[in-house]
Design a protein around this ligand. Sequence first.
Ligand SMILES: Nc1ncnc2c1ncn2[C@@H]1O[C@H](COP(=O)(O)OP(=O)(O)O)[C@@H](O)[C@H]1O
Ligand SMILES: [Mg+2]
Length: 992
Amino acid sequence: MQPFKTPSKRSSKKDDSDDGSDDSLLFNSKHLYTPCTIIKSLEENTDKGSKGKGSNSKKNKKRRATVQPVGGPALVKTRDGTLYKIRDATKLIALTSPDDYVGLNDVLHMANITESSLLHALRVRYKRDTIYTSAGPILISVNPYKPIITQQGESIYSEQTMLRYRTSANFSEEEPHLFQVADRAYSAMMDSVHIVPNLEDADADRSMDSPKNHRMGSGQVLNQSIIISGESGAGKTEATKYIMKYLARITTKKNKWSSKENPPFLSPDGKAMATLEERVLSSNPLLETFGNAQTLRNDNSSRFGKYIHINFSTEKGIIMGARVSNYLLEKTRITTQIEGERNYHIFYQIFAGANPELLQELGLDVGTESFRYLGYRSSPNTESDKSNFVETMECLSNVGLATEEQNTVMGMTAAVLHIGNISFEETDNDEDHSAVITEDSRPSLQKACALLGLKESDVADAILTKLLTINGKSIKKPSTMAMAEDKRDALAKMTYSYLFLWLVKSINITLSQHETDSFARNDAKQTGFIGVLDIYGFECFDVNGYEQLLINYCNEKLQRHFNRHVFEVEQKLYASEGVDWTYITFNDNQPCLELIEGGAGLVGILNTLDDSFSGMGSSREKDVTFVSQLHKLFGSVAGTKNTNGGHDYFVTPKFGNDRQFSISHYAGEVRYTVDGFVEKNMESTSNELKDLGSTSTIPLARDVFGVPASNDDRRSSIRGFSVASQFKQSLQSLVGDLEMTQPHYIRCIKPNLKKASDLFNAGEVLKQLRYSGMMEAIRIRREGYALREDHNSFYNRFSVLLSADDLNGGMGIDQLVSVLSKRLNVSDADWQIGHSKIFLRRELSDKLERLAKLRVHRAARTLSRFGRLVASRRASVLLVTWMKFRLSMMKKYKANKASSRIAATYRMYLQVKILKSCINAVVKIQSHQRKIAAKLVARRLRDPHCGMSHRELNELLRSETNCLENAIDSQDFKRAANIEEKVYVLNRKKTL
Ligand SMILES: Nc1ncnc2c1ncn2[C@@H]1O[C@H](COP(=O)(O)OP(=O)(O)O)[C@@H](O)[C@H]1O
Ligand SMILES: [Mg+2]
């Protein structure tokens, strides 16, 4: 599929989303899992077919909106508006259910789980930083490539989170998490023996005391395993570390966990040791230092598989010890690395972290660019290498190594680099072209020998000659340049890989010792274990070699275990419930395993490879013999499988079958190129080199070289045995171990190839989901009875579907099933009633869910209608009462108002009455007064001198008389007449 129009801003996405034009890659396309709509079909025929009808542009538009996926190319538009041309519209998969868009915690709860809905669910969750998703019992983890902080501002791996998962009584309500898986394993182990852990001095903070620990078990310890798989960089090792941290934390008291001041524990030989929990955790950095390297896919890529077996006391719930098993350390990295990758971390850590004296002592004061095995490349002294060196030394102390021994370990590591600097030249005048060590590189040989405690001449001899046994006699044959270089590299690989194995052994010794003063640990009698497996996932590259064959073989083996577990657990459950399980099938990959490892009368690919070593010819010729032998034994018509005579899982390629063969693995077909198979399988470490180790003058170095000869049956190489047969043995033992356990699966997924955060490449993720066997697990679950539920819970949920009439026939699960069977017309195979559970097919369970939802919906509607009725009645009653109340209030108000008006009026009337009477009185008084005044006035008018005393009258009379006389005198007779009148009146008055 190619972008139809690629706007410039989108072109940057192209490398992550574009997937070429190969039809088979269509499903890997990111776009197919991005909701999109078909804009139009690009099929020529379709256009022709619609000629005439479609000439009208309006009609065309209408048609576009309802384009149905018909075969052939089509133009689609994704949600972000990008247009893409796809090759086959029928390959678009519809996301039908609303659940498909939600991103449920458990994808098995989705109504119809398909590759696309699973993928979309993971994408939705990843976008909201929920990197863990359950698929039933399996945990899918998508690498976030960034620390994830919760809304509360704490890391998703914080101590609080650990305690929350420990104390949570209901797991199904918690988000899926690594801690959930770890806790499930721990609780299952503890519960199996019906023990309630009871540590001395249990403090309140101790998370052991969880409700989950109080269940009854069978008495027999049920060991657990956590199998973490995924491709390089998917987050397996990080997950392993978090799981171990969790197990160490929940089994340790807080004060012990955080205190650095506690006096150190002493090992039996008196050495100071870290606590067992600390030692278990510090085994991780040490293994990473010596077994991890920076690769193109992962900056801290584990170049070995590991299985950590942690023992617990099932009485006390505490860690009793641990054991690490390692698988297939990548040895070619010790001598060569491709551009952009590095050798094992330890080499760079020494250069960055060791003090100048130590560097000088080790002969490393010249810098990384002087060493062939470091690619003659200068490596900057990074801060992380420097600090990791300090941590490495601390971890070496933690595993009980004294400073001197630590220096020997560093010395042996440095010796590997010095061995790498040994160069050769051909001797003059020698027909055999035998090699000698160049004078320039002699100091490197000397330094390597000094650091390993070996004799220079012995080492030179072992490298430069080959010991042959002819007719019972041993003779030495000089090596050619190529042979000498091979042997030099073999010596370096041997030294480093033995050192690695010895470190693992040392770690195991210290992890098996517990503190001498630990009463709890010494006292523990019954133990159980949890195994944590961090192992490489299925690999399919452009060119697949020997390592891929072994890795994929390992994955086939684990896949069988996984399938069997998923299937058998189902079967067991069905059997214990008395349910017929013949309805489900399982794709057994046993024939593919037999093809690889042999069995059932088959010789097997690996045995054929072992056999190919004997015989004459160069290793290249032996590779050719090997592949032709494979085609003879298992092949059929080229390019096909499953035809007459051939093995079902072996595919003969159409081209290049002289160097290639293919195996049809559970995750897909892988084509292997046999170059170097025979040599890698036999590990060209010659006997002379192997014997060298025992001659070392340094006891610890002798110890190191002696490791593979010990009884450790998990090592990856044993003298005289092929790598493949060793690997097969260790896998057998691993699977044997796993078989004794209850497994828990974690599938780690790498969301993109850029090691970038917030980038989800659907094609990459889908490939890994297929490789991890997830689809098969989901298929098994879906093909069986997807839903299983306790009778009570089922009855409670679905009895709503029974009417009152149905209940006349009785109650209980049988009645429910018989009524619904009849009503829904379903067969017996669709559901079965077990002793305690009922089992249903996905389709039927979905149907019932829908019906129950409908029923509940209807009931809810009826209820709400009834509710509304009741509410309206109540409302009307309330309203009436209220109205009555209001009316009465109004009446009362009116009455009050009227009465107060009456009272006021009455009061007014009274007042008016009083006022009136007052006014009357006043008027009366006034009139009386006026009468008196008027009388007075009248009297005055009538008699102006009334009221005058006799004396006053006399005086007035006299003054008037005088005036009269004056008037007469003045002869004013008019005035005199007036005055005379007045005097007359006055005299008269006087006489009265
Ligand atoms: N849970 C996680 N949170 C944040 N980063 C992670 C997480 N898991 C892995 N990573 C990142 O991815 C890198 C590769 O992880 P690692 O566990 O080494 O992969 P693997 O072991 O599968 O090859 C780590 O170095 C780290 O940067
Ligand atoms: Mg790893």
